[in-house]
Design a protein around this ligand. Structure first.
Ligand SMILES: C[S@@+](CC[C@H](N)C(=O)[O-])C[C@H]1O[C@@H](n2cnc3c(N)ncnc32)[C@H](O)[C@@H]1O
Length: 211
């Protein structure tokens, strides 16, 4: 079931890469600025210095480029489901390590201080026939990503509270941000919601509780 969804999204990204070439539109961003606006929310909350970082759905590794420039001692790895994106990321970010992996269906080795995912949980994975399924898809992905970090998970998502109206024919789906927060708080009480930078996008930072 999940595998079918990831194949669908893989196809869509490949089609966009063919149409637009290497750049933000291949990654379904409106512009570079839209991607960078989301990145800034991560470094407002997280000090990446000397951190081992896993960037899930890294695209062309743009986030890695920034992290390696801005912070000392960053050990940056990026994974993506689209082989063509990883091929380009290896060229654009020689300081990073990259691999083709579907994070929902394949095993990820290693342990990471910080796991990040920008723009990865935005798609309307079921043609929006069943709204609840889009929500479960997101909750399942968050749980998986949180298992991969020893300290911090940070991700963003399209959505807000109240939940914006969804167009069934659209490639994107807006989540109810508070329902997502509730799920995150079932995994840890240390949750930050940043919802002040965009009317229909929010960022969540989750920390593991030290025992
Ligand atoms: C909107 S793009 C964002 C790319 C990058 N994070 C950025 O901000 O420039 C979302 C990325 O997530 C990747 N992706 C989607 N589902 C994935 C999965 N199950 N495993 C790995 N990557 C996935 C897509 O291939 C795509 O490159």
């Amino acid at each position: 079931m999940i595998k079918n969804k990831t194949n669908q999204s893989n196809k869509l990204y490949k089609k966009n890469l063919k149409k637009h070439g290497v750049g933000p539109k291949a990654l379904l961003w409106k512009s570079k600025g839209a991607a960078h606006q989301r990145f800034r929310e991560f470094w407002k909350e997280i000090d990446f210095t000397d951190k081992k970082v896993l960037d899930i759905g890294c695209g062309f590794g743009e986030m890695g480029k920034f992290l390696l420039k801005r912070y000392k001692g960053v050990d940056y790895s990026g994974i993506d489901i689209v082989p063509e994106f990883i091929k380009e990321a290896k060229i654009q970010v020689p300081g990073g390590k990259f691999e083709v992996i579907d994070f929902l269906n394949e095993k990820i080795d290693g342990s990471y201080d910080v796991v990040i995912a920008s723009g990865v949980l935005n798609s309307n994975s079921e043609g929006n026939k069943i709204n609840g399924d889009n929500m479960n898809y997101r909750k399942n992905a968050i749980t998986k990503m949180f298992e991969l970090t020893t300290k911090t998970l940070a991700f963003n998502m399209l959505g807000a509270h109240p939940q914006p109206k969804n167009d069934p024919t659209s490639n994107i789906w807006y989540a109810d941000s508070l329902e997502i927060v509730k799920h995150c708080m079932s995994l840890t009480r240390r949750v930050v919601l940043r919802a002040n930078y965009h009317p229909r996008d929010f960022t969540i930072i989750m920390q593991k509780i030290r025992s």
